[in-house]
Design a binder for this molecule. Structure first.
Ligand code: C2O
Ligand code: CU
Ligand code: CU
Length: 598
C-alpha cells in the first residue's frame, strides 16, 4: 500500500470508529467530526531546567474538542505541567504552591529521595498552602513523572489533568549519540484517555476509562518528525488502560530505556505493552521517508484478556465498557518532513552496562498476594487487596532495614493484570513464573505488570534515607485501585542515613524540631503535644484530615526558642487519620496521628 492509500485507509477506519462511537452512545461527537479530516498539532509541554523549580497547580479550562472548553487542572498552565529537566548530581529545590480549591500532593514518581520529599499521601499540601521539597538527584538518565497522590482523590485529580514529565540527564546518556533535541527529534508522549460529558459542557466524566484518546492531551494528534532517528519518551498516563503500541506499517522500533534507566542495548520490537505509570523511550528510524506518513497506534485488540483495555464495548459492567475498549486506534499521526542539520542516522549498538544485585546476598524476601475483593455474596467486586488487607494509614506493612537487598514476590490471584509500583527505589525483575522477562523489562523498573495467575519476583536494595516515622508507599498504579486501598506502606529503618539532604531554606531551620510522639500518634480527647524550636520564629501548627482539609489551628504566632507545649482538644474529631503540620516560613514538617475511637 502506498502512503496515500494508507492514509486514506486510516481515515476510513477512523471514520468507521467514530461511526461506532455514535452508535454506541447515541451522541454525535461534534468536535470529533469537525476535526476528523485534519490532525491537531501535538501539544509539547514547555520545559523547566536548573535547580529551582516553581510549580503552581491551579484550576483552569482546556479546549479539547469544538464546543465548550473543559474545566481542567494544570500546573503552571491549563492542563498537565511543564517537563522538568534534572541533571544527575544536582540538588533540586521545588516550590509548590497549591492554587487548587482542594488539597493535593506532588509525588516524584521513580525518584530516589527522602520519604518527607516523596509527595505521597503523607505530604498533603492544603489549598493555598506551600511545600518545598528538595533532594539530590541520583537517578539514572531516563523519563520519570510527577503527579498528585492524595489518598482517595488520586484518580480524580489525575483525571482533571494534573501531572508532568521529568527528564533526567546524566553523563553516561549524554555521551551517547542519541536524539535529544526536545520537541524536534526527542518527543515526549503522554498517553491517556478521557470521557467527555457532551451534554454538560464537555466536562470530564468520572470514569476509569475514557472513550477519547488523548496524546499530550491533544485529541486526534498529528506531528511532523524529521527524516532520521527520532526518540519518543512514552508515558502510559492513564488511570487504567494499557496500550499495546506499534506502527501502522508494523515497522520495527528500538526500546532504549525502561522506567529507570538505559537498557544495555536497544531492543528491536514491533509492539510494546505499557500499563499505567510505565515509561519507555524508543528510537524510530524515519530516514529516507520524507513526504510519507505513518501512524503510531494502540493495537488494543491484541491485549491479553487480563489486561485493562481489552474489555469490549458491550462489557457487562458499564464502568468498564467504553469506546476504546478492545480496539485498535491511533495514538499519533506522523508526517515525515526533512531531516535536521545534524541528524542521528545510526542506532547505537551498546547503551549501558547495568549491574544488578546478587540473589545470593538477599537479606529478606517479602510476599504480596493480590486478590479480588469479594462482595457479601462472595461474588468478586472490582477492588483488590494486598495480602487480604486494604490500605490503612495507621499500619506499617513492612519494616525494611536500610541497605537490605530484598526479593519481593508478587503473586496475582486476581482476574486482572495489576501494574505494581513501589516508591523510593528502582528494582530489577528476576522472573514471571520462573521465566526471565523479555529484554525490554530487564533494565531498571519501578512499575511491573503482574499478569493474572503469575508470580513476579524482583530484587532491589533499600539504600539511604532511613526514617522510622515517614513511610514510602507501594500500590497498584491503576488509580482507582490505589484509591480503593490497593496500597501499602513501608518504612526504612536503621542507622541514620549518611546521605546529606540539602536544606532548601537553611535560615528557617526546623530540622531539629521534635514532636514527642510515637508513630502513629494516638490522639484522645485532650492531647498534649510538645515541640522544640531551635530559634525564635513565627510558626503555625495546624491539624488536617487526610483530604488536606484544615480541622484545627493550634499555633499561629511568634514563639521563642525552646520547648512548647500545646493541648489539642480532639473531642469533636471523628476517629481516623490526621496530619499535624508545623510551618515556619517556607519550611514544613508533617507528622501523622490517629484519633482512636473511645
Ligand atoms: Cu506514580 Cu505512588 O505513584
Ligand atoms: Cu511513585
Ligand atoms: Cu490494580
Amino acid at each position: 500500500m502506498n502512503a496515500a492509500a494508507q492514509s486514506n485507509w486510516m481515515h476510513m477506519k477512523k471514520t468507521f470508529i467514530l461511526f461506532l462511537f455514535t452508535l454506541a452512545f447515541g451522541v454525535l461527537l461534534i468536535g470529533e467530526r469537525a476535526t476528523a479530516q485534519g490532525y491537531i498539532p501535538l501539544w509539547i509541554p514547555d520545559t523547566l531546567s536548573g535547580t529551582t523549580f516553581d510549580l503552581t497547580p491551579a484550576p483552569s479550562f482546556t479546549h479539547f474538542l469544538s464546543g465548550p472548553s473543559t474545566p481542567t487542572e494544570g500546573i503552571n498552565g491549563p492542563i498537565w505541567g511543564p517537563t522538568l529537566i534534572f541533571r544527575q548530581g544536582d540538588s533540586v529545590h521545588i516550590n509548590v504552591h497549591n492554587g487548587l480549591d482542594d488539597a493535593t500532593t506532588v509525588h516524584w514518581h521513580g525518584m530516589h529521595l527522602p520519604p518527607t520529599a516523596d509527595g505521597g499521601p503523607h505530604q498533603p499540601i492544603p489549598s493555598s498552602g506551600w511545600w518545598h521539597p528538595s533532594w539530590k538527584v541520583t537517578n539514572n538518565a531516563a523519563t520519570y513523572w510527577y503527579h498528585p497522590h492524595l489518598h482517595m482523590l488520586t484518580e480524580r485529580q489525575l483525571l482533571l489533568g494534573l501531572g508532568g514529565l521529568i527528564i533526567i540527564r546524566d553523563s553516561l546518556e549524554s555521551a551517547l549519540p542519541l536524539p535529544r533535541t526536545y520537541g524536534v527529534d526527542d518527543i515526549p508522549l503522554v498517553l491517556t484517555d478521557r470521557r467527555f460529558n457532551h451534554d454538560s459542557n464537555n466536562v470530564i466524566a468520572s470514569s476509569h476509562y475514557g472513550d477519547t484518546m488523548l496524546t499530550n492531551f491533544t485529541f486526534n494528534a498529528g506531528f511532523t518528525v524529521p527524516a532520521q532517528f527520532v526518540r519518543f519518551r512514552i508515558l502510559c498516563g492513564t488511570n487504567e488502560r494499557f496500550y499495546k503500541i506499534g506502527f501502522s506499517d508494523n515497522r520495527t522500533f528500538y526500546i532504549i530505556t525502561s522506567d529507570g534507566g538505559l537498557l544495555n542495548a536497544p531492543v528491536p520490537v514491533t509492539r510494546i505493552v505499557l500499563g499505567p505509570g510505565e515509561r519507555v523511550e524508543i528510537l524510530v528510524n524515519f530516514a529516507g521517508q520524507q513526504g510519507k506518513a505513518v501512524n503510531m497506534k494502540a493495537f488494543n485488540t491484541e491485549l491479553a484478556l487480563d489486561q485493562p483495555g481489552s474489555e469490549p464495548i458491550d462489557y457487562p459492567i458499564p464502568d468498564f465498557a467504553n469506546g476504546l475498549g478492545h480496539r485498535d486506534f491511533n495514538i499519533l499521526h506522523l508526517q515525515i518532513g526533512n531531516p535536521t542539520a545534524n541528524p542521528i542516522t545510526k542506532l547505537p549498538t551498546k547503551l549501558a552496562s547495568n549491574v544488578f544485585w546478587d540473589t545470593t546476598k538477599v537479606n529478606a524476601t517479602r510476599h504480596i498476594r493480590m486478590t479480588d475483593a469479594e462482595g457479601a455474596d462472595g461474588a468478586p467486586v472490582s477492588t483488590s487487596w494486598f495480602n487480604g488487607k486494604f490500605f490503612d494509614f495507621a499500619r506499617i506493612d513492612f519494616h525494611v532495614k536500610r541497605d537490605n537487598i530484598e526479593i519481593w514476590e508478587l503473586e496475582n490471584q486476581s482476574a486482572i493484570e495489576h501494574p505494581f509500583h513501589i516508591h523510593d527505589i528502582q528494582f530489577h525483575i528476576l522472573d514471571r513464573n520462573g521465566v526471565p522477562p523479555p529484554l525490554e523489562e530487564q533494565g531498571w523498573k519501578d512499575v511491573v505488570r503482574v499478569t493474572s495467575g503469575s508470580t513476579v519476583r524482583f530484587i532491589t536494595r533499600f539504600t539511604d534515607f532511613s526514617d522510622s516515622l515517614n513511610p514510602y508507599m507501594y500500590h497498584c498504579h491503576i488509580a482507582y485501585h490505589e484509591d480503593a486501598g490497593m496500597m501499602g506502606q513501608f518504612v526504612v529503618e536503621g542507622p541514620p542515613s549518611t546521605v546529606s539532604v540539602p536544606g532548601a531554606h537553611a535560615t528557617e531551620d526546623l530540622s531539629s524540631v521534635v514532636f514527642y510522639s510515637n508513630f502513629p500518634e494516638p490522639v484522645t480527647s485532650l492531647t498534649k503535644l510538645r515541640f522544640r524550636l531551635p530559634s525564635e520564629q513565627v510558626v503555625t501548627l495546624k491539624v488536617y484530615n487526610v483530604l488536606g482539609d484544615e480541622v484545627a489551628t493550634l499555633e499561629n504566632r511568634r514563639l521563642p526558642a525552646g520547648n512548647h507545649d500545646v493541648t489539642f482538644d480532639a473531642t469533636n474529631l471523628l476517629s481516623g487519620h490526621y496530619f499535624l503540620r508545623l510551618q515556619s516560613g517556607s519550611t514544613v514538617l508533617t507528622r501523622q496521628m490517629t484519633k482512636l475511637s473511645r
